[in-house]
Write a new protein. Structure first.
Lengths: 513, 374
């Protein structure tokens, strides 16, 4: 356990505008699971990219098993038995599991032919050693995201990796899938593999890792044995101040019904039914959460409510006013705000400046638009005001959105959508990909709206978020609401089961038996 | 603080890439000239000194730049909405023919009605021709590149049919000279439909300017169009919506912007700009439709827009550069007694475009790499 598998000494990497790694010392023991945590832009990814040969450090040294090495490109890293599982999978969907695993390192027989038999055997062996089964002949496009991730792991092990770098591996998984992944990682640990686990989910750090290294602004700010620390300590190291974990939610009576959805149906992009008779209501001062595995109709529901997708049946009422299939502009004019799930694709125009994005949606109205031209002096004033109120950094209205960090991009959306006192806020994955500080900020904003008596529809893949914010939770599965729960009387486990339709199956078997 | 200054430096660097491209293109051109056996410095000296060292040269350059400003603006404007309008050629033809027809048909109208009417017809013809691909794109999603190419062919054939239908009779001089065949052309437009040449205006102000120089009022219309386009794109609600659709149609839709409407509008405005070529070629120069008068003006607009980085002021500068090469090339041909044919200077134009594309990509990658994780 005390043998050092990897040591990175005094690593410094400068980019023109920033020092991404500043004299970083990073040490990993053989056979441990080591969590590397920090906010976005803290330098975790840069450090791992240097280890994997994607970048070269300006100064510093790397030792593998005590031997000094130069890693100039990923091929050298692979030879040194370093493997990386990227956040976005590098798989070829139409190829089979086996074909993907051997891609680039195909076993050859008779000097000419790919030895498929041996490859299949190897894939089966590797999956068995980690305690799961996988169909080596299944096409990657036909298997779930969780299984695809296992293919990535097998791929890395097939190349002989002893040190595995996992870059935010749970970002795409359901709680159950994540738990299964942890089992796999623990079994790899038993085989004496070394695992570096990049994350900013602190509960994962606590339940999985042996040690944790915390980075902030390019520097290592703490190295701890996991059992000697807690979430609060890690979080405050990450952001450099105390983080409020407990969400303070005051109990208050709910007001009138703001949004009423009746028997709503809609199709997805493939023209298949995505929503099947969805009905629910949200009252003033209430946060109504939607939990579900992605792709079960949440996206379509939000789009229909925001006017971005036509419903095929059912009614939507805002304070008794029928708004079914209104245009996005009409819906905005009725004071419905929308934080979209994909901020880069839907919510922002990345090539526009901050002020241009701030007026999106109300750009055509007074006071931003006069008859002949946009009213720039007012737009600038308004933007500067929001930049100050929402602490958008860097504080310049002229920056293009693409140059901002994810957290600040989201702040631009939140600032825009919450301005003008919306009656209903639709927040879809509002904290996806954000760091601890930004998540805290977004949560506070949502709760502030709740206190002001606004109705809030919250869709999130993060069950912790759903549980802590919502007043009621609807679980959506295959386009139907399978249950509406009180967050005080449920937990992640129950939600996770409902989300995958498990209880439904149980019910059916009960009826059958 | 230093941080922001550095970003500005990159932005300026990015904006200046066409200059780097022009420099390298001139270098490649020099190699070609050496291979032909001439002295490149001498050739460039002839080219530039004749084009831009005197009033006559400038007049010729700007006259040749005028149609390219119109077609370049057409391409650049549509591009801001994410549309690749390569139908400028067809839009020029239709606009020009319509303007010509109005000009030789309503001959008894006074100038202050007929000139605006002809200008309007030119714009309307081009706008209509571009509206068709715009509508097909907006309503059915058919790609505008395909439709505009097809519309070009329809425009060629349609105007050729019309010019034969409205063909002017041979003049007595031609009959006397025994000319049997001539390039098909229409009657001349009415005197009242003609735009004044620049020399008539300068003469009234007692400024010396050669009377044979063809630069006319259309140049100022072109400059006006560039300013108008700039104003629309960056100062108005309409331009905001058009650019939003161009950058990210999904976000535009989310922001309550009618994507289909803006696509059609952008194409209509783009086509109108292209159609206005008629103000220079017909109303200010030949006073009639003549077959082949407009050839390649629309297509060259694509190169001009590219070189001008789809910015109105860039387009004006790029069009002037093409005007210099165009006019200077003709002069070089005469001065070298044909040893440096105009085609070599045309090669220069093509090389510039290629270098713009390459250097643009190189600079973008360079900046992206530098900015990564910054």
């Amino acid at each position: 356990m005390s043998e050092i598998a990897l040591e990175m000494k005094n690593i410094t990497k400068r980019f023109p505008l920033v020092v991404a790694n500043d004299q970083v010392n990073f040490q990993v023991y053989k056979g441990e699971i080591h969590a590397l945590v920090g906010e976005n832009g803290a330098g975790k990814t840069t450090l791992m990219s240097i280890l994997y040969g994607l970048y070269q450090a300006d100064s510093g040294e790397i030792f593998i098993n005590g031997k000094k090495v130069e890693i100039n490109n990923p091929n050298i890293a692979i030879k040194l038995k370093i493997g990386m599982v990227h956040q976005h999978f590098m798989l070829v969907p139409p190829l089979t599991v086996t074909e993907n695993v051997i891609l680039g390192m195909e076993p050859i027989k008779n000097n000419f032919i790919i030895d498929m038999e041996q490859a299949v055997k190897k894939v089966e062996e590797l999956s068995k050693s980690m305690g799961f089964k996988i169909d080596p002949h299944a096409k990657v496009e036909s298997i779930s995201v969780g299984i695809q991730q296992r293919v990535e792991i097998i791929k890395v092990l097939y190349r002989g990796a002893e040190i595995l770098v996992m870059d935010e591996p749970t970002a795409v998984l359901t709680p159950q899938e994540a738990e299964e992944l942890f089992e796999i990682l623990r079994s790899l640990k038993k085989q004496d593999k070394t695992i570096i686990f990049i994350t900013h989910k602190l509960n994962e750090v606590m339940s999985l890792s042996d040690r944790v290294t915390v980075m902030r602004k390019g520097k290592v700010v703490g190295i701890k044995n996991t059992r000697d620390t807690d979430q609060e300590e890690i979080a405050s190291m990450m952001v450099g101040r105390k983080v409020i974990f407990e969400i303070e939610k005051k109990e208050h009576p709910f007001g009138k019904i703001v949004l009423k959805v009746e028997n709503l149906t809609a199709l997805n992009n493939k023209k298949l039914p995505a929503l099947k008779n969805i009905s629910f209501t949200i009252r003033e001062g209430e946060i109504f959460g939607f939990a579900g595995v992605e792709g079960n109709g949440q996206t379509e529901l939000v789009e229909v409510l925001a006017g971005l997708r036509k419903s095929t049946g059912g009614k939507i009422y805002l304070y008794d006013q029928d708004i079914t299939n209104s245009s996005p502009r009409n819906i905005r004019e009725k004071n419905i705000a929308h934080i979209p799930e994909d901020r880069r694709l839907r919510g922002l125009i990345l090539d526009f400046t901050v002020y241009e994005n701030i007026i999106l949606g109300s750009h055509y109205r007074q006071p931003f638009n006069n008859t002949l031209s946009l009213n720039f002096s007012h737009i600038y004033k308004h933007t500067d005001h929001l930049i100050k109120n929402f602490d958008i950094r860097p504080p310049s209205k002229d920056n293009k959105l693409k140059s901002l960090s994810g957290g600040n991009q989201q702040k631009v959306i939140v600032a825009r959508e919450l301005f003008g006192e919306p009656k209903l806020l639709i927040a879809s994955q509002p904290t996806r990909g954000l760091d601890v500080g930004s998540i805290e900020f977004v949560h506070q904003q949502i709760l502030k709206e709740r206190e002001k008596g606004k109705a809030i529809l919250l869709v999130s893949a993060d069950l912790e978020e759903i549980l802590s914010l919502s007043d009621r939770i609807a679980v959506i599965y295959e386009g139907k609401i399978v249950d509406i729960l009180d967050p005080k009387q449920t937990n992640e486990k129950e939600l996770g089961l409902l989300m995958t339709g498990s209880r439904m199956n149980k019910k059916i078997t009960q009826i059958e038996s | 603080m230093n941080k922001y200054r550095k970003i500005d430096y990159y932005t300026i660097f990015e904006a200046l890439t066409p200059l780097i491209a022009v420099f390298f293109a001139l270098l490649v051109g020099a190699i070609v000239i050496v291979l032909v056996g001439e002295d490149p410095l001498n050739v460039y000296k002839i080219l530039f000194s004749n084009a831009i060292s005197n009033r006559d040269g400038w007049g010729n350059v700007l006259f040749r730049a005028t149609p390219l400003i119109f077609t370049g603006m057409a391409v650049a404007f549509a591009f801001r909405c994410g549309l690749f309008n390569i139908g400028g050629e067809g839009q020029v033809y239709v606009g020009a023919f319509l303007a010509t027809w109005v000009g030789f048909t309503f001959t008894n109208l006074p100038s202050f009605i007929l000139i605006p009417l002809c200008i309007f017809s030119a714009a309307a013809g081009g706008a209509f021709w571009a509206a068709v691909p715009g509508m097909l794109k907006a309503k059915t999603g058919v790609h505008e590149v395909i439709v505009t190419i097809m519309m070009n062919w329809i425009a060629f054939s349609l105007t050729f049919f019309l010019v034969l239908k409205y063909k002017a009779a041979a003049t007595p001089d031609m009959v006397a000279a025994g000319v049997k065949q001539m390039i098909p052309h229409t009657e001349e437009i009415a005197q009242a439909a003609r735009l004044p040449r620049l020399y008539t205006i300068l003469k009234s102000m007692n400024i010396d300017f050669p009377s044979h120089n063809q630069i006319n009022v259309s140049f100022f219309i072109a400059i006006g169009i560039a300013i108008l386009a700039y104003y629309i794109l960056w100062k108005t609600n309409l331009g905001y919506e058009i650019r939003a659709v161009g950058y990210n149609p999904l976000a535009a839709e989310y922001g309550g912007i009618n994507v289909a409407k803006n696509i059609i509008l952008a194409m209509v405005i783009s086509g109108a700009f292209a159609g206005l070529v008629a103000t220079n070629e017909v109303m200010g120069f030949k006073y009639r439709w003549r077959q082949e008068l407009f050839t390649n003006l629309g297509f060259n607009g694509i190169a001009v827009a590219l070189l001008g980085k789809n910015h109105p002021f860039g387009v004006v500068l790029a069009a002037i550069l093409f005007g210099i090469l165009n006019y200077g090339g003709a002069i070089v041909n005469i001065f070298t007694e044909g040893r440096i044919p105009r085609e070599i200077i045309m090669v220069l134009q093509a090389v510039i475009v290629i270098f713009v594309v390459i250097s643009d990509e190189i600079v973008k990658r360079f900046i992206r790499k530098r900015r990564k994780l910054a």
